[in-house]
Design a protein around this ligand. Structure first.
Ligand code: ATP
Length: 356
């Protein structure tokens, strides 16, 4: 089921929580709503679910305008961070609940319900837990039951609000991988809310980055990480190095460097800031023209990459570079040593409402 969100706004009294949100989601996509606390993610999800009314705007599921339908009529499945399972019911009964309460005419038979519940238990790998009560499950197992319960009614759309937020890091990571596989098998159009960048980058087909009730950027994980269209997205999605300088003749001039800024035409002359991710910083052992001297302050090896923290000698600025293990070995770097650095590429922004 595709979803079209058209011009959705939401006010709580005089406070505007969402401002003209437009978003098209394709059938079978797994989309993350990512943003800091208070950016409007949950409000948007609740409006899509029908749990909250929009102040303005329209939502379509497929070709159907569902803006005025109740949550029940929308046939969506939800999983929330603290989605309480029924404590007095077993895992089996929790999952069966949505099927048992259907109106008589489209309620499945007892044996059909049993078959369906066991199919879901198998899917969430909890067959052996059918007769346990929620209090005898771990947090991760409870969320898997919540997911099975949401899937039992065969929703066309699955909405998840920080589904793994309350779990510890390891369980979180396992569950999100598992959610991805489950999604790939079932191909249900799914939207999940998170404030965890890594989670969004790891599992989503597309990420919607939200800030102060507006969409800052929509794109694949690679697009939003590698090609942010605003300083906010650069900062929010990962580490970034800033190069303050002067934009002139289509280049950012910054101390010893001059880096092309093709997005600006040659007539623009103003103060500006270049942004570069750590892997865009080039490190050399020997002096090169156009490179700046820096001292290595810390070396941190994580898997196949090595993070090198540096202090610029000319400006005293802190920098973070990321290089491959092979390159790191070939350079034979040690903490305290001097090197030369330059950003391989920069995305230049002209600050408007923040000072440089
Ligand atoms: P978090 O990650 O903290 O849950 P969020 O991005 O999901 O944040 P929302 O919960 O959508 O943000 O809230 C967006 C803004 O709307 C916040 O400033 C919040 O205080 C406000 N808000 C949300 N619900 C209500 C409400 N029922 N009444 C008044 N203000 C509300």
């Amino acid at each position: 089921m595709s979803i079209q969100i058209q011009n959705i706004s939401k006010s709580f009294g005089s406070f505007q929580a969402l401002e003209r949100i437009n978003l098209d989601i394709q059938t079978g996509e797994l989309v993350a709503l990512l943003g800091p606390s208070g950016s409007g993610k949950t409000s948007l999800l609740r409006i899509i679910a029908g749990l909250e009314e929009a102040s303005q705007g329209v939502i379509l599921f497929g070709d159907e305008d569902i803006t005025l339908l109740s949550a029940k009529e929308r046939k969506v499945g939800f999983v929330f961070q603290h989605y309480a399972l029924f404590r007095h019911m077993t895992v089996f009964d929790n999952i069966a609940y949505g099927l048992k309460v259907r109106p008589r005419k489209n309620r499945p038979t007892k044996s059909e319900i049993k078959e369906k519940v066991y199919e879901l238990l198998k899917l969430v790998k909890l067959e052996a837990f059918a007769h346990r009560y929620p209090s005898h499950l771990s947090g991760g197992q409870r969320q898997r039951v919540a997911l099975a319960r949401a899937l039992a009614v065969e929703p066309k759309v699955l909405l998840l609000d920080e589904p793994f937020g309350a779990l510890d890091a390891k369980v979180r990571k396992d569950l999100r991988r598992w959610l991805r596989r489950l999604h790939d098998d079932y191909q249900i159009t799914s939207i999940f809310v998170t404030h965890d960048q890594e989670e969004a980058l790891d599992v989503a087909d597309r990420i919607v980055v939200m800030n102060e009730g507006k969409i800052e950027q929509i794109g694949t994980p690679e697009e939003v990480y590698e090609h942010p269209n605003s300083p906010f997205v650069y900062h929010f999605l990962g580490n970034v190095n800033l190069f303050k300088g002067r934009l002139h003749n289509g280049k950012l001039q910054h101390g010893e460097f001059e880096v092309e800024a093709p997005e600006f035409d040659e007539t623009v002359s103003t103060d500006a800031v270049g942004y570069a991710r750590p892997h865009d910083i080039s490190i050399k052992r020997e002096y090169r023209q156009d490179y700046a001297a820096a001292k290595i302050s810390y070396i941190h090896q994580i898997g196949a990459v090595v993070q090198v923290e540096l202090i610029r000698k000319d400006t005293g600025d802190f920098l973070e570079a990321e290089i491959t293990k092979e390159y790191f070995r070939s350079l034979d770097l040690k903490t305290g040593e001097d090197v030369y650095i330059k950003p391989k590429q920069l995305k230049v922004f002209v600050p408007e409402d923040y000072s440089i």
